[in-house]
Design a protein around this ligand. Structure first.
Ligand SMILES: *Cc1c(COP(=O)(O)O)cnc(C)c1O
Length: 494
């Protein structure tokens, strides 16, 4: 069955997967969604005997139907290789009655690697298939992790350039250092005086500016996106939920058919949306637990049905979740509106004009799978400390938000369903906050602190951090949030 992709905001004709990946965002500002969601055609018992790469193929072949088997297998082999520090690609750790799905064993030690190590290959293949001659310019806003993972994926890739905007004071020291030391002549990294939402809004504006698009075309350039609005990010993320289920089955933690909970530390709603699609594809899901930090706009949404971004933006110890406009929620809104683009477009208009929208009671009824929760800064630190004291296992602040929300949920509901917590970053990426939570912080250089954490956690310092020792800073530009377009023009010579 061929799966096509259509916009959440208009009834424009659907396009093929490779075209949606190339384009990133629909011209009407909407996001691409599959016109239908296929069911897995392998049993979980079969998947349980497969490697991560094989499961990836079984899932992605169903969603990216205009890629040939050879193309897809090639993209998968190039993405999930020795860049990951474990052959399993995604290992699991059991601690305190939950399973931690460690999604941070890729080159930049955050879960964004799961999708961004394959996106460049999907995109170049898409360009070839569609006889696209133009050079692809990846324009990306990052709250810290996407930027580096996208840079690592696209650096040196022929036929592409990548420009990354990050909030100058909104990322961790290791995150910033990872980005500003990025090599590759096709890369450009810029800090902005603003927060992630400013960066994301700026990027979206440049993207949908038709005059800019024309100028770009004249110069032989075309924009695309590496943000989680790109369907090429979402699809690879469905894989690990299917893989998780098959592993639990293989290790006899569940019987085939048992429903499980997934707990996902959430910002832009991409990761948890992938879990939702995995459910539609046939993974038995009991609850999807959406964990927020103090920027708890999603928690409030699940409580009330009203999405209200008019509130103070908080900088937290889980910066990759410091977001008030969760872009991917739009895809869920579209689906619960009964795949109604006009309805979705009206709500998104409210969001952009008033900063708030409210869904109907009928739409709310369709959110039964979701539970929202949040953790304050103190609760996040406590979750890190408690888990370490109980088990010796050290988690990063994003994962700690999820752990806190899960523990609270379990206490409140007495739900003992087998639960998988998406562990989205290595603690080494946020070592300052982790060491503070453990009461072991010292004012010493980042990389010395990494050595201390290594001794405490009994885990080697990841190569991604090791390689920062002595790395040269190559990107120093910082600009105002109104100067983003000018910076893009400068880099591209427009
Ligand atoms: C991006 C990110 C998140 C949030 O994921 P979304 O898909 O944006 O909801 C959570 N944790 C970490 C470490 C991240 O990098």
């Amino acid at each position: 069955m061929e799966i096509l992709y259509r916009s959440t905001r208009s009834d424009a004709a659907p396009i093929k997967a490779s075209q949606a990946i190339l384009q990133g965002l629909s011209e009407d500002g909407g996001l691409f969604v599959p016109t239908s969601v296929p069911k897995l055609d392998r049993s979980f018992a079969e998947l349980a005997r497969m490697s991560y790469q094989e499961v990836a193929y079984e899932v992605m072949k169903l969603m990216l139907t205009d890629y040939t088997e050879e193309e897809l297998r090639d993209c998968i082999a190039r993405a999930y290789d020795s860049k990951f520090d474990t052959e399993e690609i995604v290992p699991f750790a059991e601690a305190d009655g939950a399973y931690y799905m460690e999604l941070f064993h890729g080159p930049t030690i955050a879960f964004k690697d799961m999708a961004l190590s394959i996106l460049p290959h999907l995109m170049i293949t898409a360009a070839r298939k569609n006889h696209e001659e133009k050079e692809i310019v990846i324009l990306t806003a990052t709250s810290g992790d996407t930027g580096k993972a996208a840079l690592a994926g696209f650096a040196g890739v022929e036929g592409t350039k990548i420009i990354v905007f990050y909030p100058k004071n909104g990322v961790s020291p290791i995150q910033e250092r990872q980005m500003v030391t990025q090599q590759g002549d096709n890369t450009c990294v810029i800090g902005i005086h603003g927060n992630f939402d400013d960066a994301q809004t700026g990027v979206k504006k440049i993207f949908t500016d038709s005059a800019m698009k024309e100028e770009m075309a004249k110069k032989g350039y075309q924009f695309s996106s590496a943000n989680s609005i790109n369907i090429g990010r979402l699809v690879p993320q469905i894989v690990y939920y299917c893989y998780a289920y098959s592993r639990l089955l293989k290790e006899e933690r569940i019987a085939d058919g048992d429903a499980v909970n997934f707990v996902v530390p959430t910002g832009n709603f991409g990761n948890i949306l992938a879990a939702y699609y995995a459910g539609l594809m046939g993974v038995p899901v009991h609850r999807l637990i959406c964990a927020s930090n103090s920027n708890k706009v999603l928690y409030d949404f699940f409580q009330t049905g009203e999405y209200d971004r008019n509130r103070e933006f908080m900088l937290t110890s889980s910066p990759s979740m410091d977001i008030l406009i969760s872009s991917n929620l739009e895809r869920l809104i579209y689906h619960i509106a009964g795949d109604d683009a006009a309805k979705d477009a009206a709500l998104m208009k409210d969001l952009s004009e008033k900063g708030v929208y409210e869904i109907t009671p009928q739409m709310r009824e369709k959110l039964g799978l979701f539970v929202g929760g949040y953790a304050t800064e103190e609760e996040t630190a406590q979750a890190i400390r408690e888990l370490y004291e109980d088990t010796g296992y050290v988690i990063d602040p994003h994962t700690a938000v999820a752990r806190h929300v899960y523990e609270t949920y379990r206490k409140d509901t007495k739900d003992e369903t087998v639960s998988v917590i998406a562990s989205t970053a290595s603690p080494f990426k946020f070592e300052g906050s982790v060491m503070k939570a453990l009461g072991k912080y010292e004012e010493i250089p980042d990389l010395d602190l990494a050595d201390r954490l290594s001794a405490i956690a009994d885990v080697a310092v990841p190569e991604a951090v090791e390689s920062l020792r002595g790395a040269q800073v190559r990107h120093t530009t910082v600009c105002g949030k109104d100067e983003m377009e000018a910076q893009v023009r400068r880099f591209l010579g427009l």
